[in-house]
Ligand binder design. Structure first.
Ligand code: ATP
Ligand code: MG
Length: 656
């Protein structure tokens, strides 16, 4: 067996054929309905970018048309030079001219159950009033504004109000602690902070305002805190600094002139999830980012006027920026927003909302799908999900087992699944199937989107042999790419542009099969080297998760004198399953059968939960530290639940 060729081109899933062509009924109505058309457009986007982007950029409304497509001097790319536009205008004003004016822009459900709908006209009105309020508080173009809100319509309103003024926002996920909030607001140098008196999560109120007060202790840089009244609960307000938005906002202050900004005007700063280390403050600018979002939303999610699109990500993550706010609103779609926990009051909350609002497109993360699998299909089966026509996945490689469950139990075998590979840095989805054109292979994000030029290279930067695992790089700039790490040009160059000369380094491992499909095999830092074979974590974990008793798995390497590295697998079990020595043997055998004896885990450790980032990704680096050093010293600020580490250490018999 040579390295990395242990999987066939389309591995079967549960004994079933591993290729899912787009359903014909879907293709016949899709924006792009066959793979030849995709290939033709893709070729054009790479070979004649001027023509391609010349046409596609008409998706946006420009105050001044751009003159030069790209100025590229590594690592600095500037797109659509000479062009001027306003992101908020593109997401709002331009939809008010025609039949979209009274269409729902946002349909929102709070965790306690209330529903609010904002039409484009109403959203525009709110955004204008907020923009005026911000301007009265001294916010001008270029000023950073931190947004720390629950998933309520005001989160989108705040973002668009900032965009209207050309003030880059930095949204901090409402689940983050005061320390994480402080780090971010200090790093981006904001003077204004927008928050709420709380938000609902699992029936409790998240004390956002209290956390803000804590974060601002000893920090004088924030001059004004604007507070949304969400829960009505009394919160401590500091007289000089803090203001209730409802008291400050002026009812008759509806108009707000739009200023067009240059294409490269900064739109936002957003911190990465922190899966591989300390989060980085990623800077995105206006035109390229917005265009990337608009096009991917339209083509990858095949959005039509009548769709109700639900991207379940919090606006605190890039997925929420691009596919809750900027992408869908730029193309005039209706989005659904939900405030709370997926299992509140019961594990069928998602399915009930899809049923009630007749949601047509659902875009969520593998971690959520695996959680639903663990709850059991009895929660999803009774619900009427016939409105759904498309499903999406993002955040981690999706295990084929989870893909199939999603396809059968949620999509009822009808809906294409769009597995989108991308990063905070890439701004919009990069590798993903076009639902009406690309045949899906569970576990593969498939083919590149227009203008995206990915490749797999070896450690020296030479093209990897077909089928071989290597580093995923992007060989040319794309419009929605990051423009830097805020305040750290050296880090920008070092992290992304110097590891492999001349190309963008993603930090992810992948391989490409003979059909050209990309398979993300995990983080480069996590790649295992067993007896000279490079093994991605994703494949071993998928093999483990395909065992009927396993809910989730994380695999890390432990130094081994013979093999270089030996595999240690952390496993959580499905509800009702018990850990035992014989199950360990069973699992070893199962992995061996699925992939080969080389990946037989040396150790299997049962855990009650795995350490994850706040965005739900497994943090293998912490497990690796635990296995190797018996303790954890790495950055844990984005850890979802700090108690998992102590629990894990106890479960695996290590001191912390
Ligand atoms: P940090 O960069 O701080 O370590 P992070 O990489 O988790 O955190 P994000 O930008 O939120 O921060 O996540 C991007 C990463 O998520 C990708 O590099 C990839 O590893 C993973 N990812 C996202 N979508 C997919 C997907 N569809 N398939 C496989 N991996 C994915
Ligand atoms: Mg990353």
């Amino acid at each position: 067996m040579t390295a990395d060729t242990h999987l066939s081109e389309a591995p079967s899933v549960n004994g079933k054929e591993g290729i899912f062509p787009p359903p014909r009924t879907f293709s016949s109505h899709a924006h792009i309905g066959n793979v030849d058309e995709y290939r033709r457009l893709y070729r054009e986007s790479i070979e004649s970018p001027e023509t391609f982007w010349g046409r596609m950029s008409a998706e946006l409304d420009w105050a001044d048309p751009w003159k030069e497509l790209l100025a590229w001097e590594l690592p600095d790319a500037r797109w659509f030079l000479g062009g001027k536009l306003n992101a908020s205008y593109n997401c709002l004003d331009r939809h008010l001219m025609g039949p979209r004016r009274n269409k729902a822009a946002i349909v929102w459900e709070g965790e306690p159950g209330e529903v609010r709908t904002l039409t484009y006209q109403q959203l525009h009105w709110e955004v204008c009033r907020w923009a005026n309020l911000l301007a009265r508080n001294g916010v001008a173009a270029g000023d950073r504004v931190v947004i720390y809100l629950p998933m309520i319509p005001e989160a989108a309103i705040a973002m668009l109000a900032c965009a209207r003024l050309g003030a880059p926002h930095s949204v901090v996920f409402g689940g983050f602690s005061s320390k994480a909030l402080r780090d971010r607001l200090v790093d981006c140098g904001a003077r204004i902070l927008i928050t709420a008196d709380g938000g609902y999560r699992r029936g409790k109120i998240i004390p956002l305002k209290e956390r803000v007060n804590e974060a601002l202790e000893g920090v004088s840089q924030i001059e004004r805190v604007l507070v949304v009244r969400r829960t009505g609960k009394p919160v401590p307000m500091q007289a000089e600094r803090d203001r209730w938005i409802e008291e400050e906002i002026q009812e008759d202050d509806a108009g707000c002139k739009v200023t067009p900004f240059e294409s490269e005007h900064p739109l936002f700063i957003l911190y990465t999830s922190g899966t591989t280390g300390r989060p980085k403050g990623i800077l995105h600018t206006t035109a390229g980012y917005l265009l990337g979002c608009a096009l991917t939303t339209k083509y990858l999610f095949d959005i039509k006027e009548e769709d109700l699109f639900w991207c379940t990500a919090d606006v605190g993550w890039v997925t929420g920026h691009s596919y809750v706010v900027y992408g869908p609103l730029a193309i005039g779609a209706s989005v659904f927003l939900y405030e709370g926990a997926p299992d509140f009051p019961r594990p069928d909350r998602f399915w009930r909302m899809i049923e009630r609002h007749r949601i047509t497109i659902l875009y969520t993360a593998p971690t959520a799908i695996r959680a639903f699998m663990r709850f059991g299909e009895e929660w999803v089966e009774p619900r009427d999900l016939s409105s759904l026509r498309l499903l999406g996945s993002v955040g981690e490689p999706i295990n084929p087992e989870a893909w199939l469950w999603y396809h059968e139990k949620v999509g009822r075998g009808r809906c294409p699944i769009v597995d989108t590979w991308w990063q905070t840095e890439t701004g919009s989805a990069m590798i993903a199937p076009l639902p009406g054109a690309t045949a899906c292979k569970p576990g593969s994000a498939s083919l590149p989107f227009f203008g995206v030029d990915p490749a797999i290279v070896d450690d020296q930067g030479a093209p990897a042999l077909p089928g071989r695992q290597g580093k995923l790089v992007i060989r040319r700039p794309w419009p929605s790419m990051l423009r830097g790490i805020y305040g750290d040009p050296e880090g920008f160059r070092k992290t992304y542009w110097s590891q492999i000369p001349g190309v963008y380094f993603t930090g992810d491992g992948a391989r490409q099969d003979k059909d050209g499909y990309f398979w993300i095999t995990g983080r480069i830092d996590d790649v295992l080297n067993v007896s000279g074979h490079r093994i991605g974590t994703a494949e071993v974990e998928s093999a483990l998760v395909s065992h009927p008793k396993v809910a989730e798995a994380a695999v890390v390497g432990e130094p081994d004198p013979e093999k270089g590295e030996a595999l240690v697998a952390f496993v959580t079990l499905r509800q009702g399953e018990a850990a035992s020595e014989s199950l360990k043997d069973d699992l070893r055998l199962h992995v061996e059968k699925q992939i080969g004896s080389i990946v037989r885990p040396k150790e299997i450790l049962f855990a009650s939960s795995l350490p994850k980032t706040r965005s739900g990704k497994i943090m293998r680096r912490l497990l690796k530290e635990l296995v190797r050093n018996g303790q954890i010293e790495g950055d844990t600020t984005t850890l979802e639940d700090p108690s998992t580490i102590a629990a894990l250490a106890k479960e695996v018999g290590q001191p912390t």
